[in-house]
Design a protein around this ligand. Structure first.
Ligand SMILES: [Zn+2]
Length: 119
């Protein structure tokens, strides 16, 4: 997908400067990501994974699940704290820091599929 001269890597999802010129537009931000995508599609073919499916390692899945749970819990904590009474500015700042910490934890998980179905 091209966004005003920039593309989004089909492997890692980050934006990168799309080189102009003839030929097919670049789909990956770097060669290693093109290679990993190829390997993931190949493994998907071997395992019969369809285009709607992605194969993650158990470790990645558990890390995502746990971080999402902690983000949900942090969100509920913050809502409860801020709904009760009249929160001070310091309490808002503390609540935001609590939420930001849970979001950062989620962002730090390296989500890389082992196999991804080709469409
Ligand atoms: Zn990439």
């Amino acid at each position: 997908m091209t966004l005003s001269g920039r593309s989004r890597c089909e492997w890692c999802g980050s934006e990168f400067a799309a080189p102009g010129g003839p030929g097919r537009p670049a789909r990956y931000c770097r060669r290693s990501h093109r290679q990993r995508a190829y390997e993931a599609r190949r493994l998907a073919g071997e395992r019969g994974i369809n285009p709607e499916e992605v194969l993650l390692s158990r470790r990645t899945w558990e890390a995502l699940r746990d971080a999402l749970y902690r983000l949900e819990a942090a969100s509920e904590d913050v809502a409860m704290d801020l709904m009760a009474g009249r929160p001070t500015k310091a309490e808002y700042v503390e609540a935001l820091a609590h939420l930001s910490s849970a979001v950062r934890e989620l962002q730090e998980i390296a989500v890389e599929p082992l196999a991804i179905g080709d469409d």
